[in-house]
Design a protein around this ligand. Structure first.
Ligand SMILES: CC(C)(COP(=O)(O)OP(=O)(O)OC[C@H]1O[C@@H](n2cnc3c(N)ncnc32)[C@H](O)[C@@H]1OP(=O)(O)O)[C@@H](O)C(=O)NCCC(=O)NCCS
Length: 186
């Protein structure tokens, strides 16, 4: 299968059902770190749960409505970036991401999302890419900002977690903005 180099001995590859054991082992390292910030159905507890997530994304990839990509660092699966939603007819997609703690702070997710956005805008002709995060998720918002996204608004108290209703932010970047940023970056 293809792999895209992300620098620092890291690579981006499709994350598929046959990775279930690797994905389950990775979740053992990532689970409590990501639990407050990602959708509950993504935080599974065992191999069957990990496989079910991969199968769900495989089915949605077959429908062209989502896509899951893993990030491997020195050969170990440490996180990933995904199209949580992909609406080709509307020209709108939504990205998501996660990392285990040891892989934070190297720019892996920013570079992985950059690859997905380039593909979405240039190969698939998407017009708008969205990002949703809890308002208190500073690291996630920093990724959106680094990708050139604009914070468009807040959905108040729309994210129930741990008995509290959190605000959720919506960020987005449009195709002309992406192209302009790419052109000025040279
Ligand atoms: C959100 C999350 C993926 C962000 O991880 P991250 O490591 O901060 O993001 P990146 O991989 O893009 O790395 C950026 C960091 O690497 C640094 N960096 C180093 N080289 C870099 C490069 N070439 N490009 C960009 N950043 C680079 C940046 O300065 C930044 O570090 P800093 O925050 O100390 O300034 C991570 O915190 C996480 O998994 N959180 C829990 C799950 C979660 O919140 N998921 C998102 C749900 S909306």
């Amino acid at each position: 299968m293809f792999s895209v180099p992300l620098g620092d001995d890291a690579e981006l590859r499709p994350l598929e059902v046959w990775h279930a054991e690797e994905f389950a082992a990775h979740l053992d390292r990532a689970r409590e770190h990501i639990r407050p910030w990602v959708g509950a159905s993504f935080v599974t507890d065992d191999l069957d749960g990990a496989r079910a997530t991969l199968r769900r994304y495989a089915e949605r990839r077959a429908e062209d409505s989502a896509g899951l990509h893993g990030i491997w660092l020195d050969g170990t699966l440490v996180g990933g970036v995904m199209f949580v939603e992909f609406h080709a007819a509307l020209g709108v997609c939504e990205l998501g991401c996660w990392l285990e703690p040891a892989a934070e702070g190297h720019g892996l997710v920013t570079r992985g999302c950059h690859t997905l956005l380039d593909w979405a805008f240039t190969v698939r002709g998407m017009h708008r890419a969205e990002w949703r995060c809890r308002s208190d998720n500073e690291r996630s918002a920093a990724v959106a900002r680094r990708l050139g996204m604009t914070r468009e608004g807040v959905q108040r108290q729309s994210w129930p977690s741990g008995g509290v209703r959190h605000d959720k932010e919506l960020w987005a970047v449009l195709a002309p903005e992406w192209r302009a940023a790419r052109a000025s970056a040279g």
